[in-house]
Write a protein that binds this ligand. Structure first.
Ligand code: SAM
Length: 180
C-alpha cells in the first residue's frame, strides 16, 4: 500500500495505525512519502515480536511508486465508486491479477493520483478515516483470510474468552487473569 501526505509530527499515531492495519490485513509493503525513520522502527518492532514480513519504506517518491508498479492501483477516496455497489467481476479481477497497490491519503490528495489510479474506490461515499477505509477494503479484497493466519511471531496471542494468554518463543505461557 501507499500512504500519501504523511506529516511525521502530526500524523504519528494515524500513520502507525495505517501501517499496523495494513500488516494485520495482509499487506507486504507499506510505502510512505515522507522520510520517518522512527515510524519504520516502530512498525518493525511489532513485526519482530508478532511476526510476518511487512516492510515499511519511508521517504519514497509516491508518483514513482504508482507509475512503476505492476500492481493494480486502487486509490481509496470518498469521491470514488462505492465498493458496496461493485460487480463481483471487479473483485474477481483484483483477486486474480498481479496484486493490488492500495493508496490512501492524509490531507488533500493531488488530482494527479485520481488520474493515475486504475480505480478510485469509495468505502461508502461519506467522509471517515483512512484506517477504516483501508481495513474494510482489505477485508473485502482478501475475504477475511489474513485475519485467520498464524504469523509465527516470537509472541503469539492465545485467544481467550476472558483475560489474556500469550505464548513467547521460549515456550513459556504467561497467563493474565486480569481484564484486558
Ligand atoms: C481524512 S481523509 C482526508 C480527505 C481529504 N480531505 C481529501 O479531500 O482528499 C484521509 C483519507 O481517508 C480515506 N478516506 C476517507 N473517507 C473515505 C471513504 N469514504 N472511502 C474511501 N476512502 C476514504 C482517503 O484515502 C483519504 O485520502
Amino acid at each position: 500500500m501507499l500512504r500519501l501526505g504523511h506529516r511525521p509530527d502530526r500524523d504519528k499515531r494515524m500513520t502507525t495505525h495505517v501501517c499496523l492495519t495494513a500488516r494485520a490485513l495482509g499487506a507486504t509493503t507499506v510505502h510512505i512519502d515522507s522520510a520517518d525513520r522512527e515510524l519504520e522502527e516502530r512498525v518493525d518492532k511489532v513485526v519482530q515480536q508478532f511476526g510476518g514480513d511487512t516492510r515499511v519504506v519511508t521517504g519514497e517518491n509516491p508518483r514513482r511508486v504508482v507509475k512503476e508498479t505492476d500492481l493494480k492501483v486502487v486509490h481509496l477516496t470518498m469521491y470514488g465508486e462505492n465498493i458496496a455497489l461493485w460487480d463481483d467481476d471487479i473483485w474477481h479481477d483484483l483477486r486474480s491479477g498481479p496484486g493490488v497497490l492500495v493508496v490512501v491519503g492524509a490531507t488533500k490528495v493531488p488530482r494527479e493520483f485520481y488520474e493515475l489510479a486504475h480505480i478510485n474506490a469509495a468505502v461508502g461515499n461519506q467522509p471517515h478515516s483512512e484506517v477504516a477505509a483501508l481495513a474494510i477494503f482489505l477485508d473485502r479484497l482478501t475475504q477475511g483470510e489474513p485475519l485467520g493466519r498464524d504469523l509465527k511471531g516470537k509472541v503469539t496471542i492465545l485467544p481467550q474468552e476472558r483475560g489474556k494468554r500469550v505464548h513467547f518463543e521460549t515456550d513459556a505461557v504467561t497467563e493474565d487473569e486480569g481484564s484486558p
